[in-house]
Design a protein around this ligand. Structure first.
Ligand code: ADP
Length: 449
């Protein structure tokens, strides 16, 4: 039988599960700072806190032409970047689609494909290679970095799995492929995308101290002072600072402080990496839509939503995309017409009453607000760790969730205000686009000096 539960009762149940109090934010932030400190002391911690070997930030005066390669996100890109000084950048880029066959064959197939793409790019854009050209390589897979231009591949993810590559230096693999194609290109830097985002924004705003990705996954890099990295055994650092890649997606894998609920538990169990990337699973684009789907399914089974009627789409993991949440939250029509479109046309729910639309919209809001507030905790922890709550800094953020999700930015700011009070105004959140390409070029330019 169909139980018509009072709408406000549904809301208060959902709010109990998803709303984070200001006190909870403070608790999370505190634990976050401690975990960062642990990761800086030794390896084998939840937060990997990886030294990037990038020890200088740009002044905006750097000049030169560089190539950049960006592998690991949704697309593979080759870019030519002209640093023109005075914080000005010109960028030309071309996207390539990696054939699935190259993702899971011998590593030489993948790296030959990358080299071939560079060759095509150089020809198409008429790039002068009389003198060797320097290239920065943004490689967003787990590597053990051992020098600015050296890092061994630890494992593959995101659908990649190349034979004969684990434990090998990824720069050597690329350089060998370039040599096979007789291309005069030097790979001078191996860059994580968060470090790239930080460095690229620092070229235009020298006050930038943090780079954050809020896209398919989430991660952050920030400027740490050398003496705060006890595990660093690489000798004295002239600048006395080092950009650290936090790999913060793994925060609270122990489940000590995050508000982990039954939907998070289900999401984790059905994922390819249960028990891992706990923080990321509550925040990033790959997971938010799925949480909403799991909540909907629960309410459908309890006959609270859609009169208890589901659909194959609604029953299939991954079918409720995070981009739909964006659409639903942008729907300001009185009848929630676009929300109805998404639920009926895309997700094939047979009948969606106005009440159902309001409930789904509220679920999207609650899941996204929690994500934004948790992301703000990470930013607050990093700013606290850097001792910059008083002095302030710029945080460059890249990724579709931050860029396209409505109110994500304001929701983060609200949470920062709850954490820092009036000092939150010192923390400037800025969209940093094309960070992985431009950042790799900036790092290549600094390596050149
Ligand atoms: P990547 O992180 O893979 O380099 P993006 O930053 O574009 O690339 O992030 C892609 C993720 O963003 C996907 O998981 C997708 O669900 C999510 N996404 C795409 N469009 C939107 C949107 N309009 N609103 C919110 N999330 C989106």
């Amino acid at each position: 039988t169909y139980r018509e539960i009072d709408e406000s009762t549904v809301y208060s149940e959902l709010e109990d599960v998803f709303i984070l109090s200001p006190q909870r934010l403070r608790d999370i932030c505190k634990v976050f700072v401690k975990e960062m400190e642990k990761g800086l002391e030794n390896d084998d911690c939840t937060l990997k806190m990886i030294p990037s070997f990038v020890t200088n930030r740009p002044t905006g005066k750097e000049v030169g032409t560089y190539l950049a390669l960006d592998l690991g996100g949704t697309n593979f890109r080759v870019c030519e970047i002209n640093l023109e000084g005075q914080s000005k950048v010109r960028l030309r880029a071309k996207k390539f689609t990696i054939p699935d066959s190259a993702k899971t064959a011998d590593q030489s197939v993948l790296f030959d494909f990358l080299a071939e793409s560079i060759a095509i790019f150089i020809k198409e854009y008429n790039i002068n290679t009389e003198k060797d050209i320097n290239l920065g390589f943004t490689f967003s897979f787990p590597v053990q970095q051992t020098a600015l231009n050296k890092g061994t591949i630890l494992l593959w993810n995101k659908g990649f799995n190349c034979a004969n590559s684990i434990g090998k230096d990824v720069v050597t693999l690329l350089s060998e492929a370039l040599t096979r194609k007789q291309l005069k290109v030097n790979v001078v830097a191996l860059v994580n995308d968060t470090v790239g985002t930080l460095m690229s924004h620092a070229y235009v705003d020298p006050g930038t101290c943090v780079g954050v990705i809020l896209g398919t996954g989430t991660n952050a890099a920030y400027v740490e002072s050398a003496e705060a990295i006890p595990k660093w055994k690489g000798g004295p650092i002239k600048s006395n600072e080092m950009i650290i890649n936090s790999e913060w997606g793994a925060f609270d894998n122990e489940r000590k402080v995050l508000p982990w609920n039954k939907y998070d538990q289900q999401q984790d169990e059905q994922s390819t990496n249960p028990g891992k990337q706990t923080y990321e699973k509550m925040i990033s684009g790959m997971y938010l839509g799925e949480i909403v789907r799991l909540v909907c399914k629960d309410l459908i089974e309890r006959k609270i939503l859609f009169g208890g009627m589901s659909s194959t789409e609604m029953d299939t993991p991954g079918k409720f995309e995070t981009a739909y949440m964006s659409r639903i939250e942008r729907d300001h029509t009185a009848e929630l017409t676009d929300t109805k479109m998404v639920l009926q046309e895309i997700l094939k729910i047979p009948y969606v009453a106005p009440r159902d639309r309001r409930i789904v919209r509220r679920i999207c809001e609650l899941v996204a607000i929690r994500a934004a507030r948790l992301a703000a905790c990470g930013v607050a922890a990093v700013v606290t760790k850097m001792n910059r709550v008083d002095t302030g800094c710029t945080v460059a953020i890249d990724g579709s969730v931050y860029e396209h999700y409505p109110h994500f930015d304001n929701r983060m700011r609200d949470a920062l205000h709850e954490l820092f009070g009036m000092f939150s105004e010192n923390v400037s959140l800025q969209l940093g686009k094309d960070g992985s390409g431009i950042g790799a070029a900036v790092i290549a330019a600094l390596a050149d000096k």
